[in-house]
Design a protein around this ligand. Sequence first.
Ligand code: NAP
Length: 288
Amino acid sequence: MSIITGKTKLLGIIGHPVEHSLSPVMQNAAIERLGVDYIYIPFPVKPENLATALNGFATIGVMGFNATIPHKQAIIPLLSEITTTAQLVGAVNTVWRTETGWKGTNTDVIGFLAPLKPLKRPWNTIKPIILGNGGAARAVVVGLAELGCPEIAVVGRDPDKLGQFKQSWDESALTASITVHSWDELSGLVSESELIVNTTPIGMFPHTDNSPVDSFIWEKFPKNAIAYDLIYNPSPTQFLKDAQQQGLTIIDGLDMLVYQGAAALEIWVQQSVPGEVMSQALKQYLFA
Ligand code: NAP
């Protein structure tokens, strides 16, 4: 590890809890590879201490930080500016210092799109399905709209939350239209969909045998469809194993995690960041 001196610049992540965050592992690996004089530290910040923490960061010269649960929405009123992406998602995960105060964006959208963009599909004819309507689903919606998907079907279990989710985009600049559906409706949606994204935690370690969809559903997808699970542990999940067995293209959540982090570090250090170094550090930490 590089030597920390009085000149070393501070980066980090705020969350509550924050001790399970994988960001320090991958960010410090990239910092070391780049040879820049920074260090990335986990900062446990309780919700009631958020404003105090930000003032403290300004006082001690923190250059930038990530925000995770439960701060991604609550931090917005404390920032001087947020990007249009963060406005659309309604959440901030990356903050940096400017002359006029803290500025925030949401790099989850970049992370989500990283493994999709190279696939070069006719996105403007694809009607994706998103399973779940929580925080990550919001970044997925914004990413899919950015790709050019005209209509996005969102499947959820709570009609009130689904309705609020749909309504939250009504007055927004989102270019895609959103339809919302109960889980019972899923099997009727899949034959016309070439992309399904799991944003629920179903199948996450240690509940690795679980899948958000019944295995018979995979037969109904077009053969060129993509199954994308935001979960990165295990990899592949049961959801992805079942999809792969039917010949679908599969994508796990590791690249999203890596490339949201790489995009944040690029903002802070103003240079291109080696995503593969971050990916290797994570795989080593998680699976070796
Ligand atoms: P969240 O805000 O809590 O949303 C979870 C969504 O899943 C909610 O809509 C919830 O429904 C639904 N859900 C949970 N359990 C369910 C069940 N048993 N049956 C049906 N629906 C269920 O969480 P999040 O922040 O969006 O994260 C979701 C997942 O994405 C997690 O596994 C997380 O690790 C992963 N993620 C990965 C990355 C990455 O970089 N790869 C980034 C962000 C998130 P209700 O609203 O009705 O409770």
